[in-house]
Design a protein around this ligand. Sequence first.
Ligand SMILES: *[C@@H]1O[C@H](CO)[C@@H](O)[C@H](O)[C@H]1NC(C)=O
Ligand SMILES: *[C@@H]1O[C@H](CO)[C@@H](O)[C@H](O)[C@H]1NC(C)=O
Ligand SMILES: *[C@@H]1O[C@H](CO)[C@@H](O)[C@H](O)[C@H]1NC(C)=O
Ligand SMILES: *[C@@H]1O[C@H](CO)[C@@H](O)[C@H](O)[C@H]1NC(C)=O
Ligand SMILES: *[C@@H]1O[C@H](CO)[C@@H](O)[C@H](O)[C@H]1NC(C)=O
Ligand SMILES: *[C@@H]1O[C@H](CO)[C@@H](O)[C@H](O)[C@H]1NC(C)=O
Ligand SMILES: *[C@@H]1O[C@H](CO)[C@@H](O)[C@H](O)[C@H]1NC(C)=O
Ligand SMILES: *[C@@H]1O[C@H](CO)[C@@H](O)[C@H](O)[C@H]1NC(C)=O
Ligand SMILES: *[C@@H]1O[C@H](CO)[C@@H](O)[C@H](O)[C@H]1NC(C)=O
Ligand SMILES: *[C@@H]1O[C@H](CO)[C@@H](O)[C@H](O)[C@H]1NC(C)=O
Ligand SMILES: *[C@@H]1O[C@H](CO)[C@@H](O)[C@H](O)[C@H]1NC(C)=O
Length: 666
Amino acid sequence: MTTSMVMASSHIIFLLFFLITFFHFPTTQAQTYLYTNCSSNKTFAANSAFQFARTTLLSSLASNNTDFYNATVSRGGDTVYGLFMCRGDVNLTMCHQCVVNATQQLPSDCRASKEAIIWYDECFLRYSNRSFFSTVDTRPRYGLLNTGNVSNPASFMRTLYDTMNKTADVAAKPAVGRKKYATGTANFSAFQTVYCMAQCTPDLSPSDCRRCLSGTIGDLDWCCDGKQGGRVLYPSCYVRYELYPFYQSEASAPTPTPAIVPPTNTTGSQGKGGISSGTIVAIVVPISVAVLIFIVGICCLSKRMRKNHDSVPEGKSASEISSMDSLQYDFNTIEEATHKFSQDNKLGEGGFGVVYKGTLANGQEVAVKRLSQGSGQGVQEFKNEVEVVAKLQHKNLVRLLGFCVQGEEKILVYEYVPNKSLDYILFDLEKQIQLDWTKRYKVVKGIARGIKYLHEDSRLKIIHRDLKASNVLLDNDMNPKISDFGMARIFMVDQTQGNTSRIVGTYGYMPPEYAMHGEFSVKTDVYSFGVLLLEIISGKKNSSFYEIEGAPDLLSYAWKLWRDGEPLELLDPTIRESYTSTEVMRCIHIGLLCVQEDPADRPFMASIVLMLDSFSVTLPTPSQPAFFVQSGTDPNMPKDFKFGQSTTKSAPMSVNEMSVSEVMPR
Ligand SMILES: *[C@@H]1O[C@H](CO)[C@@H](O)[C@H](O)[C@H]1NC(C)=O
Ligand SMILES: *[C@@H]1O[C@H](CO)[C@@H](O)[C@H](O)[C@H]1NC(C)=O
Ligand SMILES: *[C@@H]1O[C@H](CO)[C@@H](O)[C@H](O)[C@H]1NC(C)=O
Ligand SMILES: *[C@@H]1O[C@H](CO)[C@@H](O)[C@H](O)[C@H]1NC(C)=O
Ligand SMILES: *[C@@H]1O[C@H](CO)[C@@H](O)[C@H](O)[C@H]1NC(C)=O
Ligand SMILES: *[C@@H]1O[C@H](CO)[C@@H](O)[C@H](O)[C@H]1NC(C)=O
Ligand SMILES: *[C@@H]1O[C@H](CO)[C@@H](O)[C@H](O)[C@H]1NC(C)=O
Ligand SMILES: *[C@@H]1O[C@H](CO)[C@@H](O)[C@H](O)[C@H]1NC(C)=O
Ligand SMILES: *[C@@H]1O[C@H](CO)[C@@H](O)[C@H](O)[C@H]1NC(C)=O
Ligand SMILES: *[C@@H]1O[C@H](CO)[C@@H](O)[C@H](O)[C@H]1NC(C)=O
Ligand SMILES: *[C@@H]1O[C@H](CO)[C@@H](O)[C@H](O)[C@H]1NC(C)=O
């Protein structure tokens, strides 16, 4: 079985590993070469047009300092296609070095081949005379295993496949602007964690990527069954797993892990036959157990240290100590604070109840929401939910301070935010001038962070479901604070399932899949955020947008301007004096991405925060927004769209208005 294997390249691998393991303590890290495959039945003549084309192609690849690049070169009727990709966690310096080496190594390894591929740990590069961009290629494939056996192969492989599948799912559908690369871990036993990685070339579609990865995952069985580590490399994608962290964790600051050479009792290579013949050959390079333990030790240590660094405060320690008692307010206290819910203290009224301003005995100002609805929920459940929501703490969220229960009466007590809600200023022709572009941009970013926190950083994964201008309050420094999150939870509207018969939301901010079918997800909030973003830029309400220039609503109007190449026309005339056009353009672009029809196309909140923070993140092209109505229909009620009635009540004096939510039966 070894016959085909024992070839020159294998010797090189062996030597290389030997050298790395025993003599090489790198000062400048070199890439780790793995394997080359050259087509032997498709060749070209020396000094042919193809050879020149290849030379040009390789130098073009070598000169591009990115982590993925494809190129096409034609010479005298011959065309050569090529690309390279670096592993997702490899930095550009290392990547470039690897690619340069590849472009030098490949022509000498494969002198006259019309098709070839070279793999390293850090990158791979391939070319061919046929166009292979955006297609899934699974051959040649290459398997590499860590020869150590695991103690309980059957259950280990189950855990592995499960984790690999999940990792592959993420890799195939990354957040917008991210690579098709993912890592994942799972605890196999108390002492063993399996680390997985999957990556596709970015030119593949999500489904092609997943299909490709499924192939490699299936081949793990073929190459690495019961082994402590392994990888399967295809020309379009690859996977790898080990019992130690072999990749740089993304979030971690670049803690330069001191030269982690893989504990290389590894290395094998594929024989020439297909799967069926099952010819796999592994070259075993010994390494001392001590070194292995040492390295694993370092990895664990550095991992632990990293963990400590980026552990997000989740309000556990502090607020878990604060018991229910501190959250509970006495009814008399509340009555006193609000002068018995006097009309003078009323701040606003919404779907969940009336909001009053209150001043506690110690002088603290609070906003008190007297819930009107019989929620059908027991006192204990109510308390539990309040306690959970009260733990959500973020500077862009209005804090829930506590609650009060007295008989049928249920009351929520919030931090008081002195300024008015965003809609009060934004949609008022006289006041909107207070919000110059810098302030609006700050508001946009703050809202994005607050929602991201609700979606991802809090332990709860709260979907707001009623994000809108009147639910964004502004403090004295014009920092936005989102209110009314967690209401669905407090009201026992099913929060965990993606489908509900009760719609909580406001017309104009609801995406079609939610308004029509009750389907919600984090993308529901993304849609509302997009509407809000476009409202902030334009200073116009989506829900009361009258036909302008042939567009029935704000979204269509924004889309039309975008398509016509004049997006800046959307900008609120009152701030046309001073703004940064790149920022405005980017915000419009992001807004349009958020309101796309297909929830899957809308970016996640984390990506949005990233897009707003970094201009180097490239944005995909938006597709037509949902609710794009051809002209001639009722501007406020698109076709095929029926539910309750439109209900945006923004009380004109809505100072610190806590809710204008609607609970509607479907
Ligand atoms: C070269 O060999 C591969 C299999 O190794 C085969 O699929 C392909 O058709 C061959 N190409 C030519 C031109 O013979
Ligand atoms: C890099 O890629 C660009 C296209 O993205 C191409 O025009 C250029 O020739 C390549 N080389 C360099 C050195 O940028
Ligand atoms: C890169 O690949 C894409 C398809 O994935 C193709 O449309 C594009 O033309 C290629 N670029 C070059 C420079 O060949
Ligand atoms: C890139 O990564 C290599 C190896 O992982 C490291 O030695 C080098 O310092 C890194 N360079 C930068 C600029 O981070
Ligand atoms: C490529 O890098 C390897 C080490 O990984 C080195 O041995 C080889 O000489 C390099 N090739 C070229 C052409 O620089
Ligand atoms: C690539 O080259 C081979 C061998 O010369 C030839 O049979 C094949 O048709 C070529 N493929 C394309 C797409 O030109
Ligand atoms: C792993 O198991 C195989 C057979 O199951 C055995 O031949 C091999 O020696 C074992 N390797 C180690 C390192 O224990
Ligand atoms: C992983 O996904 C494949 C299909 O892609 C499926 O056949 C297999 O059962 C899954 N394995 C686990 C453990 O989920
Ligand atoms: C694995 O276990 C450690 C502690 O034993 C825990 O911190 C970690 O979250 C677990 N990881 C997974 C993926 O379950
Ligand atoms: C290269 O890949 C082809 C197609 O998978 C395979 O038949 C051949 O044996 C490989 N060559 C080497 C040297 O591994
Ligand atoms: C590596 O694996 C081989 C074959 O299973 C075994 O003989 C050797 O002792 C192992 N070396 C180390 C350092 O574990």
